[in-house]
Design a protein around this ligand. Structure first.
Ligand code: HEC
Length: 189
């Protein structure tokens, strides 16, 4: 008897509602799908960002981050039916919820202990209004390219455009290698 059948038989025998917790194989498969979405998000955005930087520098490239990043996230959300977005402890556009804040703080601790952001991810099955959800986050490290708009020496014309678009911007003053934020994905199980 496989694990899910066993769980079903047990819950019936015990008079419990036959609600099955997602098994490990289901969770592992879903995590792999979340990773693929992160990869697609990052790949598409990086390509467009680099092209816009080459064409017109960081002032020009702000439009990619401002318009295309949310669009790409929305496209991926539409395609998968999941919630796909980016967030950060020092947000420019999207503040984290409580679960995301805890995970981001954990990533910062791991970074301080010498771990590379490329290797950082975290996932957990959480209950939301009685329904199981897989929540997943992948850390985004700060690369040299990011400093153009998230560093401590952002050009005045770049800073002016960012401040006009995001009057409450906190996403400045980063150094290379720090955790800039994360991609956050939730999907129903
Ligand atoms: C050309 C300017 C520019 C560059 C370069 C840039 N960003 Fe951003 N970034 C922005 C803008 C503008 C936003 C707000 C996007 C929005 O409105 O959703 C943003 C938002 C983000 C967010 C979402 C969380 C938040 O703060 O709201 C993350 C994460 C992020 N950037 C990471 C990076 C990383 C990592 C790099 C380097 C690989 C990078 N950015 C390079 C301009 C930039």
């Amino acid at each position: 008897m496989n694990r899910s059948l066993l769980a079903l038989a047990l819950s019936l025998a015990m008079g419990l509602p036959a609600v099955q917790a997602a098994d490990e194989a289901t969770i592992n498969a879903r995590v792999a799908e979340h990773r693929a979405v992160v990869k697609e998000f990052g790949g598409t955005l990086r390509q467009e960002l680099q092209a816009a930087m080459k064409e017109g520098g960081p002032v020009n490239a702000i439009d990619i981050c401002h318009k295309r990043a949310p669009e790409i996230a929305a496209d991926l959300s539409g395609k998968t039916g999941w919630d796909v977005h980016r967030t950060s402890l020092k947000p420019r556009a999207k503040a984290p919820d409580a679960w995301e804040s805890t995970v981001l703080a954990k990533f910062d601790e791991q970074r301080a202990a010498g771990k590379s952001p490329d290797e950082m991810e975290f996932y957990e099955v959480v209950e939301n209004n009685g329904k199981s959800q897989l929540r997943y986050m992948k850390a985004l490290g700060t690369a040299a390219l990011c400093l153009n708009c998230h560093g401590s020496e952002v050009k005045p014309e770049v800073k002016a455009k960012i401040d006009a678009l995001y009057p409450n911007d906190q996403a400045i003053g980063y150094q290379e290698g720090q955790i800039r934020g994360a991609v956050s994905i939730s999907s129903p199980l």
